[in-house]
Structures are given as C-alpha cells and as structure tokens.
Design a protein. Sequence first.
Length: 315
Amino acid sequence: MAVYTHVSAEALAAFLLRFDVGELVSVKGIAEGVENSNYFVETTAARFVLTLYEKRVAAGDLPFFLDLLDHVAARGVAAPPAVADREGRVIHELEGRPACLIRFLPGVSVSHPTPAQARAAGAALGGLHRALADFAGARPNDLGLDAWAPLLARCGDALDGIEPGLHAELGRALAAVTAAWPQGGDRGVIHADLFPDNVLMLGDRVTGLIDFYFACTDLRLYDLAVTHTAWCFDAHGERFDTGVGDALLAGYAESYGLTDDDRAALPVLARGACIRFALTRGWDWLNTPADALVTRKDPLAYVRRLHHYERENLF
Ligand SMILES: Nc1ncnc2c1ncn2[C@@H]1O[C@H](COP(=O)(O)OP(=O)(O)OP(=O)(O)O)[C@@H](O)[C@H]1O
Ligand SMILES: N[C@@H](CCO)C(=O)O
C-alpha cells in the first residue's frame, strides 16, 4: 500500500480551491509504490495525482525534483509536471506533509516487458538524457558508489540471516567494482530508478516516466546500467532475456547514441547497480517488520543478477 497519510475529503476540497482545476469529483488512494502517499484525484476539469511526501523524500530536495520535471516536460519528455496554484506555487502542505498536485498521465506499468517495449523504454531513457543535457540543477547521489560501503557496514552481519555469507560476498563484489569503476565519463542528472514500474506504457508506446525521487547527479551510463538490471531479468533475477537486453540498448543507441567505449563501461556499472539494489533491499528487508503493510523487495533477486553480470558480458 502507499497511503501513509490519510487526506479527508474536506481537506482535499479546501486544498483544491487554491488551484484553477475545477471541483473535486472523486479521490482514491493508489496502492502501488512504497515511498510516498499517492491519490488519484478527479475534478470537473481533469485528472491528477496528489502526492504527499513521506520521510524518504527530503522537503529540501523538492524544488530540484519539480524543476527537473518542468525542464524535461518542456522538452517533450512524457514526465508529469506539478500543477501551480493561482499564485504560482507548486509545493504545498496538506495534512502536515509537503504535497504536490501532479498532472495525471495515461498508461500502465508492464510486469514482463517485451523486446518492443524495452526498445521504447531505452529510447525514452535516451530522450530523457538529451532533455537533461542543459539542466542546471544538481543533487549528489546519496545512494551512489561512495554510499555502498557505509550501507554494507550498517547492514552488517545481519545480512547473513538473509543468506549465509552474503555480507562477505557483497564486500568482495564491492571491492572489485570500486577498483574497476570508471574514473572519467559523462556526468549529469539521471533518473537512477527507471524500473518498469516507473514507466507508463500503452502497448509498445511510452506514455509516462514517473517517480523521479531518486534523481541525482552521477555517470549518465549508470542510469542505463540501472535500467538494464531492472528490465532484462525475470522477477527472481534467475533468467536474463537477451532479446529484451539487446532491444533496450538498441533503443538507447538510436535515441542518444552508444559508443564502443560506453558499452565497455556498462558491465562494471551494472554490477554496481546490482550492489546498490541488493543493499537497499537488504537494509529494508532487515528493518521492515515482516507483517508491515509494505511488501519487502527481495534482495537476493539482485544478488542473482549480480552473478549474471559477473559471469558474462551481457552488453
Ligand atoms: N503522474 C502520474 N500519472 C498517472 N499515474 C501515476 C502518476 N504518478 C504516479 N502514478 C501512479 O502511482 C503509482 C505510485 O507512484 P510512484 O511510483 O511515484 O510512488 P512511490 O511511492 O514514490 O514509489 P516507489 O515505491 O516506486 O518508489 C504508480 O505506480 C502509478 O500507478
Ligand atoms: N526500484 C527499487 C526501489 C526504489 O529504489 C527496487 O526495486 O529495489
């Protein structure tokens, strides 16, 4: 579930009066997502998503995220900008939380992407990178390479309760990745979490890129590596789909370009991405009660992906 903060109908109707968006017709909590509270809101004029930012999104980062959405939406990326109220404000407070009214985008997230859908997603990521090339904002990646060793230490030996030897295994993998990490390379603002659940599609067409709340400044190709880890395996990380992987890269190459040097950098970046998600999932696994309403994501599904990238070059 992802409705942590309840918004009463009265509070919502009063909130909407600040905007030029007609009157409230219906509201419904959105079950998907784990970070924020989200509601579908329908008014007499249009449909919106109301997001109340919970503890993982720092209020101080909101201007960066909202500027980013505006910037890329203005350049034709299907990303949902926040709606300004009559006084031009986009960040509000509702039920004690920072809140934004976001434009609704059509489409659904696919669970088992086909090559055609992966190609479209790769092209959309390339389009996003083109649109971000002249974006002036910056935000450090607090879940980037430098954060992984401290996070591994914070998880500690408790990781071995998930799978015996996991702490040492991730330590070894991290040492190898750190030693091989690219020294240079094109940096910029990236999405950093473009999983299939953050891409809305109708058929083979991308209709929306959402959930930019991990966006940060890092190596541009790390974004493609993250996307590759998220799109090209079954949910357990057991089976790599070559057709989907090739299509994702082809879509990106058509849209942004992909040199031989880029391809050569991707394997280590993908191993790093696997460590990132194994660690954040591991941390959540160890710190979320098993009976919590939020579904915990399996860290081992990312350890299995890591093994694939360690065994062979998938690029
Ligand atoms: N602009 C939008 N238009 C249409 N649907 C949206 C929009 N934004 C979010 N959604 C819907 O709300 C769901 C949750 O949104 P989102 O992924 O941003 O939540 P979150 O709690 O921040 O996420 P996560 O757990 O993925 O980090 C999405 O899966 C999608 O169904
Ligand atoms: N997309 C991430 C959650 C947000 O970082 C995961 O699947 O682990």
